[in-house]
Design a protein. Sequence first.
Length: 330
Amino acid sequence: MAPPASNFGFSADPGSTGSVCFFPGTTPETAGLTFRWGQERAAVHAQGQSLMIDLPSTHLAGEAVEAWGLPPERQLHRVAGYTLLQGEGWTLGAATLPVTAADLEARTQQAYAAIFGLLQGQSLYRCWNWVPRINEVPAGSIECYRLFSRGRSEAFLAAFAEEAEARMPAASAVGVPGDQLVVVFLAGQWPCRYWENPEQTPAFHYPEQYGPRAPSFSRATSVQTPFGRRLFISGTASIRGSESLFLDDLERQAWITAQNLELVAHTAGFGREIVDPDGLRAFRCYLRSPEGTAAWGRRWPQIWPVRSVTQAEVCRAELLIEIEGVLAGV
């Protein structure tokens, strides 16, 4: 089944125009948030009452500029190193931090401690992380992703203690060229619930073989906004239980990833179908190697409503593909 021709933009109600809030489907000219791939270096820009996130990740297919709609009533602030957009009941924040392998853990902890200081009673819905040299193993140390995970975990534990696991949002962490750690978060006061995949071990319970601290995220977050329900699905890959499947086989990894996305969506009450006729689902794909783009172009656009495909190292060196999503419901 081909993806909808609407480019995943849709109206808040049948009589309105424009895109629904917190959903990628508007135009760059009217967006509240844009991600721009293939830029010279990572950066966060404020333009009027909008945020632009520049990422030096190589753009492979789909949209090079990914635009998101936000509620129109919003204000711009700069606090604790973050550029914030805030409206009634919600906060969106973004920051870049220069890092080296030696200080990645400490800088990650600092970045997340700052987020928790900004929440003021709001819940984290979604976090995006772009980590330089994510699969690199510095001399005398551990993999950069594991350093990042330990720093993030320390921040959660310091902020929430024994309640930390109950506060972990949907998230993704992929590699990015350069030396800037990029952190983007969405939080709010609206009711939310965190979800797990029944076929996967919760990431925060991964065994020690995957690092000294388990990753601090849930598989998805559902949010009851004034504009309808939203489901933010974490970066998802070819993992069952806690084990990576089908090493070095992009197509089979993609199918397991699809099944995992369907399981999470179904568990959270959004149905099992990846594509729906109303265009209320959109996905972002990360491919480890640009050589996978040709295979993607032959097959997957007919199955996935993917807005953008970029090159990125995935958190585990054996994984070739990761996909994240946003779903809308009534």
